[in-house]
Design a protein around this ligand. Structure first.
Ligand code: D41
Length: 673
């Protein structure tokens, strides 16, 4: 059957297009079309190849689907050994490396090619006359395993070099890895299938590459970056500079680290290290350092090797973000709402730049899912500013004495019953404010900056107040005397006086802050604001039933129920009564029914400078109570700028943008009071 010329052309185009999008996705981590579009192109290619089987060729992207499983991997001897890299951990190590290079070459100011160090698996790819013929793992550097079938499924590895004059033989070396987002997706799938999750992208890549059934590898999304060449015969590859050699690989359509660069001297090296280090968490792949190579290939040869590593290159490692340590115990901490959170007590370990001795385990299900036991050796990770977490257990290191964790049936703090509701992952102590742990947390929350803002009332002080039975409820704070405080351990007279002053100052507050400070379950700062704005007064809020509560924007049945439950508790009503009796007060507003029709509803205000009578918070509250919004910077969208004394640049900006400017009197007039 004769194949129409358009079909041949279309197939050629489709193959090019599919490879192009593979490259964008895996090498640049910047896809330019949605996955669904890619799938359509791929399906069309497969369909044309099904209709015209003569067109199928081994280098079509449709052939990257894997083949029948192998019994075992064959051994491959690397004709040129795949060397290892020496590691360096400090600036001094790098200064010494550069000195050795300069002394070895009797030269100054060396040019280096620098690149990220991918945390993947080193492999070697052999191309004969431009066709991929074999691929192998690094193994011990001298012999590896033949994983050709698996590597053919990695969509970003060229099956054919993009050149008309390919070398007779070209061996390309690089790292196979899994992008962070593909790792997350794979683990989500594993979770769904109730199969074991991978500890990190590197393990996932290793597990995928070492499959005897390449059809499994094909389903895992692997990526690849080239970092060098091995054997070369023929062709005219650049022979002078490493960076030019890499440019040539790019022209053959190999992915090469987009972050690579050429720098000079030790200063250039260290600057690069800091720059990449700062970007590390944002990169689409895991890296564990950077690699520096003398850029001149002739100079590389002159420097040669020591033992199994080149003198011309070094890996400058980042502080490890993952370390092994032991779980000494699993303790339980009680939070403000009574939730019992298991916390792993760890043998202290230095990871990601800090010493870690605790890791939260979230809840029982999480412990069961990861099968973490007391005595286990675990992988602990700390990435960026994220709270340290246990990634996985090292199963072969589990001692016989390892013990499973059991959630206590009694609260470890107050001894009350612990319950776990069916629809919740959390176990809770049911004692509420009778539990001293919950009382402490409730007090800390009450005093926190965004609630009543009592400066100086921190964890240590609250612990003492509660443990010595000086303070049981937030209302008790307002009858504290300086003498009582000064009696406490480590409390100087001066700081006692400061805390008393801060408590006094907090009496004058706003309704949203007060509602938030109560610590009603499911009522955060934003909900507290909405409630205050809607009801205008605490009494109205306290009287509201579930139905009227759900009239408030963003308040659903769960939140409404928590609120009703909170205010129906006699103890809570009593504490609120005492707080008011002891002088806690705020300006009440009108309810939203009025605000909806007010002149300022949805108008945008910016406050600047000091107003003669109103505190900033009060002015803000009054505006918001009538449905206005207060933002912090002046733009063309601003309706009013309210300016007091020493207004600063916001006033100038308002005048420049011709935004209406009000003084305090003007504001009050507008608000109708
Ligand atoms: O990204 C890497 N992991 C990486 C590894 C890299 N960027 N460059 C490397 N360069 C070399 C030399 C200088 C020996 C050609 C390497 C490795 N080697 C390497 N990877 C695993 C063992 C050695």
């Amino acid at each position: 059957m004769k194949i129409p010329a358009q079909v041949i052309e279309r197939v050629r185009r489709l193959r090019q297009s599919v490879e192009h999008h593979n490259y964008n996705y895996y090498a640049l981590a910047a896809p330019t079309i949605p996955d669904s579009e890619y799938d359509k192109l791929f399906a069309e290619l497969v369909e044309l190849e099904r209709r015209y089987p003569q067109l199928v060729s081994l280098d079509s992207p449709s052939q990257r689907v894997g083949s029948a499983p192998l019994k075992e991997f064959a051994q491959v001897v690397h004709r040129i050994p795949m060397l290892s890299l020496n590691n360096a951990f400090s600036d001094d190590d790098i200064i010494a490396f550069d000195r050795r290079v300069r002394e070895g070459l009797e030269m100054q100011d060396i040019e280096y090619s620098v690149e990220p160090k991918f945390d993947g698996l080193a492999i070697s790819l052999a191309y004969e006359k431009g066709q991929l013929v074999s691929g192998a793992t690094r193994g011990d550097g001298y012999t590896g395993e033949d994983v050709t079938a698996n590597l053919r499924t990695v969509s970003v590895i060229p099956l054919r070099l993009a050149t008309r004059k390919p070398p007779a033989l070209l061996e390309v070396r690089g790292e196979v890895l899994m992008l962070k987002k593909d790792f997350e997706k794979l683990n989500a799938q594993q979770r769904e299938k109730k199969e074991k999750e991978f500890a990190n992208p590197r393990n996932a890549a290793a597990g995928s590459l070492r499959q005897l059934d390449s059809r499994i590898t094909a389903r895992r999304k692997l990526s690849f970056f080239a970092y060098g060449v091995g054997q070369v015969k023929g062709g005219n590859l650049p022979e002078d500079k490493h960076n030019k050699l890499m440019d040539c690989l790019v022209s053959f359509r190999f992915p090469v680290a987009p972050e690579r660069q050429v720098v000079r001297g030790v200063k250039g090296l260290l600057e690069y290290y800091r720059r990449i280090g700062a970007k590390r968490d944002k990169l689409p792949y895991d890296i564990d350092g950077v690699v520096y190579k003398v850029n001149d290939l002739t100079l590389q040869n002159r420097l040669g090797f020591v033992a199994r590593a080149p003198r011309f290159a070094v890996a400058h490692k980042f502080p490890a973000q993952e370390e092994l340590t032991e779980v000494l115990n699993i303790e339980v901490s009680v939070g403000r709402t009574g939730v019992l959170t298991p916390v792993a007590l760890l043998k202290p370990v230095f990871v990601g730049g800090v010493t870690v001795s605790h890791a939260t385990l979230h809840n029982e299900d999480e412990i069961r899912r990861k099968d973490i036991r007391i005595g286990d050796t675990v992988i602990i990770r700390r990435a960026g500013d994220v709270i340290p977490e246990i990634v996985a257990v090292v199963n072969d290191k589990r001692p016989k004495t390892a013990r499973k964790f059991v959630m206590p049936e009694k609260c470890p703090v107050c001894g009350s019953r612990v319950v776990r509701f069916e629809d919740e992952a959390a176990a809770r102590c049911i004692a509420g404010l009778f539990c001293s742990a919950q009382r402490k947390q409730a007090l800390l929350h009450f005093a926190s900056r965004r609630a009543m803002d009592i400066e100086g009332l921190g964890e240590k002080l609250v612990d003492q107040l509660v443990d010595n039975a000086v303070t049981r409820t937030p209302a008790d704070l307002y009858k504290l005397g300086a003498a009582e405080l000064a009696d406490l351990e480590r409390m100087a007279e001066k700081s006692a006086a400061n805390v008393i002053a801060a408590i006094e100052k907090s009496k004058r507050t706003t309704l949203p802050r007060f509602i938030y400070a109560l610590g009603i379950r499911n009522v955060g700062e934003a909900t507290a604001k909405d409630l205050a704005r809607y009801f205008g007064s605490l009494d109205k809020l306290m009287q509201a039933n579930e139905e009227s509560l759900q009239q408030v924007p963003d308040v659903g049945p769960v939140v409404a129920q928590s609120i009703v439950k909170f205010f129906s508790e006699p103890h809570n009503r009593e504490v609120i009564e005492q707080l008011r009796a002891r002088g806690v007060s705020w300006q009440e507003g009108k309810s939203l029914q009025l605000a909806a029709t007010s002149a300022i509803s949805n108008k945008i205000f910016v406050l600047t400078g000091t107003l003669p009578h109103l505190a900033r918070e009060e002015a803000k509250y009054k505006i918001e109570a009538l449905g206005g919004k207060v933002t912090s910077s002046v733009s063309a969208k601003t309706d009013y700028v309210v300016a007091g004394a020493d207004p600063g640049s916001k006033l100038a900006k308002a005048q420049q943008l011709e935004v209406k400017v009000l003084d305090e009197a003007g504001l009050l007039k507008l608000l109708g009071s």
